[in-house]
Design a binder for this molecule. Structure first.
Ligand code: ADP
Ligand code: MN
Ligand code: MN
Ligand code: MN
Ligand code: MN
Length: 359
């Protein structure tokens, strides 16, 4: 398909977006599909919901999303949280959903369920998470935006937190996504240009418990949706370009109530001891193709060995210098890849630190 067979006409769209809706609400139901992507479809509601309980369960054809066989294709959508819709404005909303089977069991791609059970069981520790989502913007043909066709830009150096033409690409998308997240009530804590050109980062958090996964997935939906309007593709691949280019991660900052309190360093050290015993289990859910990124180079640690250190960006876990000095705070698990599932990451961390829970 040619790049621009269909030209979107935003001036025309504006006209329709402003039309009154006769008191009805548009609810866009968002869910995670069978290939780590997001899907959505829209439902008209008669009135604005005041809590998630007011939102009806819904369903979709799971055989079309790689989530169910054709002979038993209904997958159910159960709303878990909702957000103001930054595209339609007004009372319209975006609804984050869990996926469930007709047999009353979570869909195989519903990783939220187990995580929610673990978070609930250990709620008294008040776990906070802040995730640093790295990603790369690609053009229609799948090549990083702004890179020479059939070639490479000058080596890494000027791009990280870069300012100016030739140093950063697609700031308009990043800016739009930032504002869309704020409008939607996502706890986005910042954004920066990354080491590889056309690579960016934003952070979501701190959020408590299961809320982090919900908000991060909704922020990914918003990113895909905003980039679509600009004709760019988003990739969360951990090593989008082989060679001497930084990969993309999902650094996971973690603290419990005890770690944040006076003398919390003791609990952080205990956590390091527990994490060091479950390297394989963690890496199994820290994202696909992560071994391509975790080479021990480009600010990564090695795939199969757990290490930790104060201010060390080459270790599996970094304790920020300021936390070590204050003797309390949080730690940064640098292992997760950019494409990892935040429900699985936060779930296994709480499981490792606090113990398994049968769901
Ligand atoms: P880095 O220095 O590694 O680039 P960032 O500033 O990009 O770190 O991201 C740090 C993240 O950690 C932010 O999302 C922030 O909200 C989060 N964070 C800060 N304090 C805590 C805490 N006590 N517990 C969990 N997350 C935290
Ligand atoms: Mn149909
Ligand atoms: Mn960061
Ligand atoms: Mn980064
Ligand atoms: Mn980091």
């Amino acid at each position: 398909m040619a790049e621009s067979t269909i030209v979107s006409n935003t001036a025309n769209l504006e006209k329709y977006l402003k039309l009154p809706q006769g008191g009805k609400i548009i609810a866009e139901y968002v869910w995670i599909d069978g290939s780590n992507g997001v899907r959505s479809k829209c439902k008209t509601l008669n009135k604005k919901p005041s809590s998630v309980k007011d939102l009806p369960e819904w369903n979709f054809d799971g055989s079309s999303t790689g989530q169910a066989p054709g002979h038993d294709s209904d997958v159910y959508l159960r709303p878990v949280s909702f957000y103001p819709d930054p595209f339609r404005l007004g009372d319209n909303i975006l609804v984050m959903c869990e996926t469930w089977g007709a047999d009353g069991k979570p869909n195989p791609y519903n990783f939220r369920r187990d995580a929610a059970v673990i978070m609930e069981a250990h709620a008294k520790h008040e776990f906070w998470f802040g995730l640093e989502q790295e990603y790369t913007l690609l053009d229609f043909h799948g090549w990083p935006y702004g890179w020479p066709k059939n070639g490479f830009p000058a080596p890494q150096g000027p791009y990280y937190c870069g300012v100016g033409t030739g140093k950063v690409f697609c700031r308009d998308i990043v800016e739009s996504h930032y504002k869309a997240c704020l409008y939607a009530g996502i706890n986005i804590s910042g954004t920066n240009a990354e080491v590889m050109p056309a690579q960016w980062e934003y952070q979501v958090g701190p959020c408590e418990g299961i809320d982090l996964g919900d908000q991060l997935w909704m922020s990914r939906f918003l990113l895909h949706r905003v980039a679509e309007e600009f004709g760019a593709k988003v990739t969360f691949a951990p090593k989008p370009i082989p060679g001497d280019w930084n990969g993309a991660g999902l650094h996971t900052n973690v603290s419990s109530k005890e770690m944040r309190a006076e003398g919390g360093m003791k609990y952080i050290e205990e956590a390091m001891e527990k994490l060091s015993k479950r390297q394989i289990e963690h890496m199994a859910v820290y994202g696909e193709d992560n071994q391509l990124r975790m080479t021990g180079k480009h600010e990564t640690s090695s795939f199969d060995k757990f290490t930790w250190g104060v201010a060390n960006r080459g270790s599996s876990v970094r304790v920020p210098r300021a936390c070590a000095q204050e003797g309390k705070g949080y730690f940064e698990d640098r292992r997760p890849a950019s494409n990892a599932d935040p429900y699985q990451i936060t779930g296994i961390i709480v499981e490792t630190l606090c113990g398994k829970v049968e769901g």
